[in-house]
Design a binder for this molecule. Structure first.
Ligand code: ZN
Length: 454
């Protein structure tokens, strides 16, 4: 088994569950920070660990162009390359080819496109996209799909959905034939533990993967300390990273897991058909793709809600590319288990911060002499230490640190939001949200260590 998904509690349509991959024990519903080119922009890996990120995203299109799959593969895959021992998911490259590259040409065989970096010509097929993702070595990889543009007419939506169905079958076929080529470096102890058993072993030096290849022996124990130290004590649910593919014979070594993607544009019947056809091919998890492509938000919700009805209840469901803090809560309540979005990181770099009291545009002059923390209800390292005045100054001065601190806070806010959603589900309570109204300020402020005074 390379993936286990066990639902622990349900409340309405929402569920809290544990998703276990070869590198991570992930509590869901989960928000996955986006690390497009093997970095979550501005945030070092040890801080991502401190924030409690159990799984992050990489973008196959970008990594394929630079530094190239072969480079990453030789470094033990993304885990080794970026010294990240927890979960990673890569997209198939399909969406990026459609949204970023120029002069793309789609045929039954695949997509020819030009690099947004240097204009060079490239080709992705379901098979080459799988080969690239196997080389990158994420825990979860995605079938190659065609992202239908919006708006699109009925004929175009059907044609595109059918193409995705055929490409999904080709993706799975190639993956099954080549999944043993994943470049994870396995060690030789603990050959008999199941995924679940290994999920309970947190921070065992010696049974690690990839990333350790870089650590010189003299640094090794320190490096383990910093990688494995739990997130700050205010974290409530069990978020230990813990899983290390231990050495085994090839036959029993965990592999990646390939998820299918449901398309079908904004047509509910086509979405249903796409879900059924994707399920028929058979995947350990299912994603809803082709949303957040310019359609109104109400339509996104309608399509998500109707598509979820057609997905298996016992498999993880991943909604790709959403959303605002309000939206990720809403979708979790509809029964989505996994989400990703560039919004918290991209907005942070533009000085837009999400807080328990609403959005803050830190560039505003009103914060120039504001000695309060950015978000009085946030326990992140930024809110514990710095004032709004300082963050505003850094942003106004175009300092690199502004981007770093802003991103850390926004990610912390997203990850904390999902933590609270999981907590609500486990208690069987309605999640009350945002703008201060329903937040449990007492619990939060007690957990927050005193801020260092200027
Ligand atoms: Zn904060």
């Amino acid at each position: 088994m390379s993936l286990e998904f066990s639902i622990q509690k349900t409340f309405g349509k929402a569920r809290s569950a544990q998703l276990i991959t070869p590198h991570a024990v992930i509590e869901t519903p989960v928000f996955m920070p986006v690390g497009t080119v093997a970095t979550v922009k501005g945030v070092p890996q040890d801080i991502l660990e401190e924030l409690g990120a159990q799984i992050i995203l990489g973008n196959t299109y970008h990594l394929y162009l630079r530094p190239g799959v072969e480079t990453v593969r030789k470094m033990g895959g993304l885990h080794g390359f970026m010294a990240w021992k927890r979960g990673i998911l890569t997209d198939s490259g399909g969406f990026q080819v459609f949204s970023l590259s120029e002069l793309r040409k789609v045929t039954e065989e695949g997509v020819t496109f030009r690099s947004h970096l240097d204009g060079s010509s490239h080709f992705f097929s379901p098979e080459s996209a799988m080969a690239a993702q196997i080389g990158l070595g994420a825990d979860i990889i995605m079938a190659f799909d065609e992202c239908t543009e919006y708006p699109a007419d009925a004929g175009r939506m059907r044609e595109s959905m059918e193409m995705t169905a055929r490409w999904s079958a080709r993706s799975k076929k190639y993956f099954e034939e080549h999944k043993h080529e994943v470049p994870w470096k396995m060690e030789t102890e603990s050959p008999t533990l199941s995924l679940k058993e290994r999920g309970t072993r947190v921070g065992q030096p010696g049974d690690c993967v990839g990333a350790d290849a870089f650590v010189r022996p003299a640094e090794r124990s320190d490096a383990f300390e910093s990688w494995e130290r739990p997130a700050y004590s205010g974290r409530s649910d069990a978020e230990g990273s813990g899983l290390r593919p231990s050495g085994r014979t090839n036959a029993s070594v965990p592999t990646q897991s390939l998820f299918g993607i449901v398309q079908g544009g904004m047509d509910r019947a086509l979405r249903k058909e796409s879900a059924e056809r994707t399920i028929e091919i058979g995947f350990p998890g299912y994603a809803i793709g082709g949303l957040s492509v310019g359609e109104p938000r109400e339509l996104t919700r309608e399509i998500v809600e109707s598509t979820l009805e057609h997905l298996p209840k016992d498999k993880p469901r991943y909604l790709m590319g959403v959303g605002t803090p309000e939206e990720i809560v809403e979708y979790a309540q509809l029964g989505v288990d996994m989400m990703d979005c560039v919004l918290p990181t991209r907005a942070a770099r533009h000085g837009l911060l999400f807080t328990s009291e609403g959005k803050v545009s830190i560039k505003q002059a009103r914060y120039a002499q504001d000695s309060e923390p950015l978000d009085p209800n946030c326990g992140c390292r930024v809110c514990r230490r710095y004032s709004r005045a300082y963050l505003r100054h850094l942003y106004a001065s175009n300092e690199v640190l502004a981007q770093v601190l802003n991103t850390i806070h926004n990610l912390s806010f997203y990850l904390d939001t999902m933590r609270r959603v999981r907590h609500s589900i486990s208690l069987g309570e309605e999640y009350r949200f945002l703008s201060g109204a329903g937040l449990d300020r007492n619990v939060n402020s007690e957990a927050r260590p005193p801020r260092i005074q200027p």
